[in-house]
Design a protein around this ligand. Sequence first.
Ligand code: SF4
Length: 88
Amino acid sequence: MPTDPKPLHPYTQALLAAVPVADPVVEATRKRVPVSGEVPSAMNPPSGCRFHTRCPLAMDRCRHEDPALRDLGAGRAVACHLHDMAAQ
Ligand code: SF4
């Protein structure tokens, strides 16, 4: 799968937004996405979406239902309930 500079998954977006930018002007003005909560255990992953404990956009459905991987075409796919809702 190709690497895309604009990830569709909200947790990936949040992680990339946490990476510091070497330019101090850009760093001082760029939008930040808060990432808080517990890091999910790989040995005992949480129910529902594996990222719901730290995803800034998690909703109740995310805690109970594992999102299906949705093929978006052009070599892109995402597993997120927000994209399920956008497609309806
Ligand atoms: S399914 Fe929910 S918790 Fe998982 S990435 Fe999407 S919004 Fe976040």
